[in-house]
Write a protein that binds this ligand. Structure first.
Ligand code: UD1
Ligand code: CA
Length: 456
C-alpha cells in the first residue's frame, strides 16, 4: 500500500508573535515540523509532501535535508485548499494521510492504527473527546452512531456545540476519492475557507464508510498555537523521555529538571544525572557515569565510571573511563581524554588529546595540544596556540611536569619526563628528563628603602 503523507505547514501562527514560521519553533531542540516528519517517516514506503506558505523559502532552506516534496500554498485559504496544493503528488491508489506540522507529539503507533482502518471504501478519522471542545470541529454522528459530518465551531448549532468528540484534523483516505472531493470543495461557511473537514460529508454521500479511532493519550494531538503551549508540549515531551530513561535504569534526581535535546545512542547501567543537566545531540554514556548539576553535554562520548562535577560544558569530546571532570570545566570540540584523566576547575581544553593518568587540575587553557600519559600540568598553565592569524601545536611528552603559571608558546615540544619551572615562558623545545625554566632570576635589593610619608 503506497502511503502519501501530506503535512500541512502553511499557516502563519500569528499567536506565536514571531518572525519565525510557527512550525520552525522547536521542541527538544528540533523543529515542530521535523518531529512530525520523523514520526511519519517510520511508515514504510511513505512519500511525504509538506505544504508550506508563510516563510516557505526559509522552511525549505532550513529543512533541505528532509526527504520530502515541497508544495506551496501562497494564500492560506483553508485546510482543504492546502491539501489541494499537494494533489499532484497523490496517486489514485494511494492512501493519503493528512498531518499537521504544528502537532508534534503524535505517535507512530497511532498512525499505524489509523492507517489500519483506511482503505478504498473507508475514510479513517482520528478523533478525541475533550471535556472542553471549544475551538475544534465537532464529529457529528447519526442515531446509529455513524459519522455523518464534521462541523466547525463557528458553523455549529448549539446542539452541535455540545458534542465533545472533536476532529484532530488527522485523517487517512483513498487518493482518487480525496482528489475528487477536494475539487468539489466550496468556501460558503462562517470563515470563508475551503475546509478539509467537508470531505467527510462528501464521503458519506458517496457511500464511503467513515471509521474513527483515538490516540492513546490526548497529548498526542495537542497543537502549538502560542508560546505557552510550546512550553507545555516541551515539558510533556521531556517528561516522556525522562520516563523512558528511568525505565532503562538511569537515575534522574529530578525528572522535571532534565532536558534531552537529541538522543543517547548507547547507554550504560547506573547512570546518575543531577538536576538541571542538558544533554544535546548524540551521546554515548557508559556505566556508572555521574553528571553533576547544571552541566551541558553535547555530541560526546563519556566512558565508564566517569564523574562530571557541577557546571561543566562538554561538546564534541571523548572522555575516557574513570576520568573526573570539573567542577566548572569546559571541554571544547576535539578534546579526547584517555582513561583516568583529571580535569579540574576553570580548565578549558580545545582540540587536545590527553593520554591516561594525566592531570590538569586548575585554571588552564590547553588548545591544539597532544599531552602524554602521567603528565601533570600546574595551575595557570596556558598553551599560546594562536598568533592572531595561525594556530600552532604543543606537544607534551609522557610524565612531563609543567610548573604553575607557565606559558607554552606554540609550536613547541616538551620532552618526556621534562620539568618546566613555574612561571616559565617557554618558546623553544625542551629536552627529555631535564629541568627547563625561563623566568627572570629573583633578586633581593638590600639597599632599598621604602618611601616614608612626610608629616604635615
Ligand atoms: C482544524 C480543523 C478542525 C480541527 C482542528 C484541530 C478544518 C477546517 N478544521 O481547525 O476541525 O478540530 O484543526 O486542530 O480543517 N493550514 C494550512 N493552510 C491553510 C490553513 C491551515 O497549511 O490554509 C495548516 C495550519 O498551518 C495548521 C493546520 O493546517 O498546521 C490546521 O490549521 P488551523 O487553522 O489551526 O485549523 P483549525 O481552524 O484549528
Ligand atoms: Ca489549530
Amino acid at each position: 500500500m503506497q502511503i502519501t503523507t501530506i503535512i500541512l505547514a502553511a499557516g502563519k501562527g500569528t499567536r506565536m508573535r514571531s518572525e519565525l514560521p510557527k512550525v520552525m519553533h522547536k521542541i527538544a531542540g528540533k523543529s515542530l515540523l521535523e518531529h512530525v516528519y520523523q514520526t511519519s517517516k517510520q511508515i514504510p514506503g511513505n512519500a511525504i509532501t509538506v505544504v508550506v506558505g508563510h516563510g516557505a523559502d526559509f522552511i525549505r532552506d532550513s529543512l533541505a535535508h528532509l526527504n520530502v516534496n515541497w508544495a506551496e500554498q501562497s494564500q492560506q485559504l483553508g485546510t482543504g485548499h492546502a491539501v489541494q496544493q499537494a494533489a499532484e503528488q497523490i496517486g489514485d491508489d494511494d492512501i493519503v494521510l493528512v498531518l499537521y506540522g504544528d502537532v508534534p507529539l503524535l505517535k507512530f503507533a497511532t498512525l499505524q492504527n489509523l492507517l489500519g482502518k483506511a482503505d478504498k471504501e473507508t475514510l479513517a478519522l482520528l478523533t478525541i473527546n475533550f471535556d472542553d471542545p471549544t475551538g475544534y470541529g465537532r464529529i457529528i454522528r447519526d442515531a446509529t452512531g455513524r459519522v455523518t459530518k464534521i462541523v466547525e465551531q463557528k458553523d455549529a448549532t448549539p446542539l452541535e456545540l455540545a458534542v465533545t468528540e472533536v476532529n484532530t484534523g488527522i485523517m487517512a483516505v483513498n487518493g482518487q476519492k480525496i482528489k475528487k472531493w477536494l475539487a468539489q470543495l466550496g468556501n460558503d461557511n462562517a470563515q470563508g475557507e475551503y475546509y478539509l473537514t467537508d470531505v467527510v460529508e462528501m464521503a458519506v454521500a458517496d457511500g464511503v464508510l467513515v471509521s474513527t479511532c483515538q490516540p492513546q493519550a490526548s497529548n498526542e494531538v495537542l497543537g502549538v498555537n502560542n508560546r505557552l503551549q510550546l512550553s507545555q508540549l516541551e515539558r510533556l515531551y521531556q517528561q516522556a523521555q525522562a520516563e523512558i530513561l528511568m525505565e532503562q535504569g538511569v537515575t534522574l534526581i529530578d525528572p522535571l529538571r532534565f532536558d534531552l535535546r537529541g538522543s543517547i545512542t548507547q547507554l550504560g547501567q547506573d547512570v546518575e544525572i543531577d538536576v538541571n543537566v542538558i544533554l544535546e545531540g548524540q551521546l554515548v554514556l557508559g556505566n556508572n557515569v555521574k553528571i553533576g548539576t547544571n552541566s551541558q553535554i553535547k555530541n560526546s562520548v563519556i566512558g565508564d565510571n566517569v564523574q562530571i562535577f557541577a557546571n561543566c560544558i562538554i561538546e564534541d569530546a571523548v572522555v575516557g573511563a574513570n576520568s573526573r571532570i570539573g567542577p566548572f570545566a569546559r571541554l571544547r570540540p576535539g578534546t579526547v581524554l584517555s582513561q583516568d584523566v583529571h580535569i579540574g576547575n576553570f580548565v578549558e581544553l580545545k582540540n587536545a588529546v590527553v593520554a591516561e593518568n594525566s592531570k590538569i587540575n586548575h585554571l588552564s587553557y590547553i588548545g591544539d595540544a597532544s599531552v602524554g600519559c602521567q603528565v601533570n600540568i600546574g595551575a595557570g598553565t596556558i598553551t599560546c596556540n594562536y598568533d592572531g592569524v595561525n594556530k600552532f601545536n604543543t606537544v607534551i611528552g609522557d610524565r612531563a611536569f609543567i610548573g604553575s603559571n607557565s606559558q607554552l608558546v606554540a609550536p613547541v615540544t616538551i620532552g618526556a619526563n621534562a620539568t618546566i619551572g613555574a612561571g616559565s615562558t617557554i618558546t623553544e623545545d625542551c629536552p627529555d628528563n631535564q629541568l627547563t625554566l625561563a623566568r627572570a632570576k629573583q633578586v633581593t635589593v638590600s639597599t632599598w628603602q621604602r618611601p616614608v610619608k612626610k608629616d604635615t
